[in-house]
Design a binder for this molecule. Structure first.
Ligand SMILES: Nc1nc2c(c(=O)[nH]1)N[C@H]1C(S)=C(S)[C@@H](COP(=O)(O)OP(=O)(O)OC[C@H]3O[C@@H](n4cnc5c(=O)[nH]c(N)nc54)[C@H](O)[C@@H]3O)O[C@H]1N2
Ligand SMILES: Nc1nc2c(c(=O)[nH]1)N[C@H]1C(S)=C(S)[C@@H](COP(=O)(O)OP(=O)(O)OC[C@H]3O[C@@H](n4cnc5c(=O)[nH]c(N)nc54)[C@H](O)[C@@H]3O)O[C@H]1N2
Ligand SMILES: [Mo]
Length: 731
């Protein structure tokens, strides 16, 4: 398979037609895509109020392959009852992620008991009775509650409320494996953990940094904005150890000129070492300082910590910067040149920044670089972590975190007369570790694939196997349902957000909360997430609860509660009448007044991190591995085995620079064993890949999680999914 010269284009449009036909006709798909429901994939923030396939700032029609894939998956037929007696769990374990996803929609509750070898369909009432009995036997801190960012604000709020009234703070969401470092980093700097800008700001920026992300595949709608920046004569600087096709040239399907001729995206492409961003960012800061381009007045008036940072920049040597970053002085100077000229710069980043043991430091350094030239706190400039799951931000806002914000905690207690637990709650990896140690007995997963998304797959499987009971609320099958089983595992089939009888709400990455209308159910079996959670809660706490769980079977009543307790969300109380989306107060900074106690932004100073294994590690001793998504997957859900933009026809590959392959004495497409301190993968195909920098290698997640150690960033507890040292040996 050849690597294409551009991303997007006709292939995306052809794909849309094909998917349309597969899901019962192009018209059926068109209607589903145009319904007023927030997009199911990334969090760039589409749809809802404005109808599907329209972007957040305007009314422009956008085509995104990912949302078509997610939609087509939800439009599949039901898994039939005889499926469960035909395929044993052993057989399901041999299914690929793609095969599991395409088995169809989950339509009946099923249960697997260890030793029986098969899942068996059970009635809803039996499922709820069993869950109730288990919870009544356990003490609350023997349980944990994991949430993926696919569910609604209402389902998230309700389940965390139940878990806390049951008595535990072991409540967390997939953000701990994703943007937690952005949340922690940004909060430490601006006092608020999310983007400081709105989508319109991108239309005013003259320079955009895209650091550690692959938006052509993962946030395709952002590509339109990047194209426009270039068309206006602005610049885009990409920082990524790998050259991603679509970041060089992209054909935007909804733009005729771009579709025909392609749009250049990166004006400058910087390839640091994996993990070399911190040193690179310090290099740019040092360059800005030396050039006299620092905004001294802004720094004095609106920031704390400048004198420490300035002396660090004065003393750190260029030699240390270039060796630890892997970026030449000449290239750093080019970046400094573009940045020093810019009036309005936006810094965006994703997992290449957060999936490191120094993820928070990376984010603080990006923010410091921005603040150095006053690029936070004015329109058209700012900080934008590009979020993952479509509602991961909302789930966090409404309280799905181990520690509730003080304001939510206080208001819940005072407004509703409830008693909340004060014990420390566990984060996601903490739950896995405590399960492994036998301290936890019961897990509840609202969506997601906890097994598949974890580092150290072997450990994850063992940890979940030690649980007595594991409950999933899911729409389709994934590897977790085959590999991550407890003594007793129950899967409850739920509706997707566009099939809900009642509206739900989601929050976009730019802090807009909007309503999804829901829609007609496609299958008779699955139930609404909110109804199921309310039923379980009512059954576990029948009489002695100050909360009327039956009332909370209706999403409108949950919204009333959220509006009362979550700061900045009061407009949610009126959204059923107004249907008006709203922006959460206090998060966008268009003036340099920050949400910190003194209103100033905080600058942090760091020691530069040495790339794993040392900057000069020879290939024979090890390669730095990043585990990434392909064009055809959404997290642990794989829709296509090939990776279009990287020109790969299969997933069991490791992409290595040709110079490193030569040093390893391995030829293109030869079989190799890849090993790390954590695990080993045999029969991997080594591919010669000139677009990754030497010393680095690429493999696909979730399969490569066998190799990823459980080392985390101490500040955010995010695993270093992009910081793994592996050895590659020919077989
Ligand atoms: N189609 C699709 N869309 C998605 C998802 C999906 O799986 N599929 N997932 C959603 C979710 S939950 C998320 S979090 C986002 C993820 O969006 P991304 O962060 O774009 O996803 P990854 O595939 O993890 O890509 C990481 C990128 O970082 C680069 N990188 C790796 N290590 C480093 C490093 O040390 N420094 C720098 N500068 N770059 C590095 C890689 O080369 C790659 O281009 O996408 C969301 N959208
Ligand atoms: N090695 C490595 N590991 C990683 C990453 C990496 O880059 N490298 N990325 C990390 C990141 S950024 C993330 S966000 C996590 C992802 O972690 P998770 O969110 O846990 O995983 P997903 O694969 O997105 O979960 C998909 C499943 O959600 C269910 N689902 C889909 N829609 C709905 C719905 O509407 N309701 C409910 N209840 N269920 C639904 C389906 O059953 C589907 O199989 O993985 C992390 N793990
Ligand atoms: Mo994510």
């Amino acid at each position: 398979m050849k690597r294409p010269s551009h991303g997007g284009g006709w292939q995306a449009i052809r794909y849309a037609w094909r998917k349309g036909h597969q899901s019962g006709g192009v018209w059926r798909m068109w209607k589903a895509m145009r319904s007023r429901n927030a997009c199911k994939t990334c969090a760039v923030g589409m749809g809802g109020q404005r109808g599907g396939m329209v972007n957040e700032s305007g009314h422009r029609l956008e085509v995104c392959k990912k949302s078509l894939q997610a939609m087509a998956a939800d439009m599949q037929g039901a898994i039939s009852d005889d499926f469960w007696s035909t395929y044993s769990i052993q057989q399901l374990r041999a299914f690929t992620p793609r095969q599991l996803e395409t088995c169809g929609r989950l339509a009946r509750p099923v249960m697997a008991k260890r030793g029986e070898g098969y899942y068996q369909p059970i009635e809803w009432s039996e499922a709820i009775d069993r869950i109730t009995a288990r919870l009544q036997q356990l003490s609350a801190d023997e349980t944990f509650w994991y949430f993926s960012g696919r569910s609604s604000n209402e389902a998230g709020f309700l389940l965390q409320l139940f878990a806390r009234l049951y008595g535990t703070n072991n409540v967390n969401n997939c953000s701990y494996y994703c943007h937690q470092a952005s949340g922690v980093g940004l909060t430490s700097v601006t006092g608020s953990g999310t983007a400081t800008i709105v989508l319109e700001d991108l239309a005013a920026a003259d320079l955009v940094f895209v650091i550690g992300g692959n938006p052509p595949s993962n946030h395709p709608r952002l590509m339109t904005e990047l194209m426009r920046v270039r068309r206006r004569g602005g610049q885009v600087i990409v920082v990524n150890p790998a050259i991603e096709t679509g970041l060089v040239n992209f054909k935007i399907p909804s733009d005729v000129r771009s579709l025909l001729f392609g749009s250049p995206i990166a004006s400058l492409y910087v390839q640091p070492h994996i993990g070399g961003d911190l040193a690179f960012l310090y290099g740019v800061m040092k360059g800005v300082l030396e050039r006299g381009a620092a905004g001294e007045e802004f720094l004095a008036q609106h920031c704390e910590g400048w004198s420490e940072l300035r002396s660090k920049l004065q003393t750190v040597s260029w030699e240390e910067i270039t060796s630890k970053s892997g970026v030449s002085r000449t290239q750093i100077d080019q970046v400094v040149g573009l940045y020093a000229k810019s009036q309005r710069t936006i810094f965006s980043w994703t997992m290449g920044i957060t999936h490191h043991a120094h993820g928070v430091q990376n984010v603080q350094a990006i923010a410091a670089l921005a603040l150095m030239r006053g690029m936070v706190g004015q329109p058209g400039a700012g900080l934008a972590p590009i979020r993952g799951h479509s509602n991961v931000q909302g789930i966090g806002s409404v309280g799905v975190t181990p520690k509730l914000k003080d304001a939510i905690f206080d208001r819940l207690q005072s407004e509703f007369g409830v008693q909340l637990p004060t014990t420390a709650g566990l984060d996601t990896l903490g739950c896995m570790e405590d399960s492994h140690a036998g301290r936890l007995k019961f897990g509840f997963c609202l969506g997601g694939n906890l097994y598949g998304s974890n580092p150290d797959s072997q450990f994850a499987e063992e940890a979940l196997a030690k649980l007595k009971t594991l409950i999933f609320m899911s729409t389709t099958l994934n590897t977790g349902h085959a590999h991550g089983l407890a003594e007793e595992t129950i899967i409850l089939p739920v509706l997707a957000r566009d099939e809900e009888a009642e509206p739900t709400t989601q929050e976009s990455m730019f802090n807009f909360v909007r309503m999804s209308d829901g829609g007609p159910r496609r299958l008779p079996g699955p139930r609404s997430e909110v109804e199921v959670i309310a039923d379980i809660a009512a059954s576990v706490m029948p009489d002695n609860s100050p909360i009327d769980w039956n009332e909370l079977r209706h999403t409108r009543n949950i919204r009333q509660m959220i509006a009362k307790v979550v700061p900045g969300w009061s407009a949610l109380g009126k959204i059923d009448e107004t249907r008006q989306e709203f922006q959460i107060e206090g998060r966008t900074f268009h003036a340099p007044k920050f949400a910190t106690p003194d209103g100033k932004a905080q600058l942090f100073t760091h020691d530069l991190v040495e790339p794993l294994g040392g900057a000069e590690m020879p290939a024979r001793e090890g390669l730095r591995l990043m585990t990434v998504r392909s064009e055809g997957q959404f997290n642990t859900v794989v829709y296509e085995e090939h990776d279009l933009y990287r020109g790969q026809d299969r997933r069991d590959v490791i992409l290595i620079h040709p110079d490193d392959l030569r040093a390893l004495d391995v030829t293109d497409s030869q079989q190799v064993t890849v090993s790390s301190e954590t695990g080993e993968m045999r029969s991997v195909i080594a591919r010669s890949y000139e677009w990754v920098r030497t010393g680095s290698a690429i493999m696909y997640y979730p399969e490569a999680n066998v190799l990823v150690p459980r080392s985390t960033d101490p500040q955010s507890r995010t695993p270093a999914f992009k910081g793994v040292v592996v050895k590659v040996n020919a077989e």
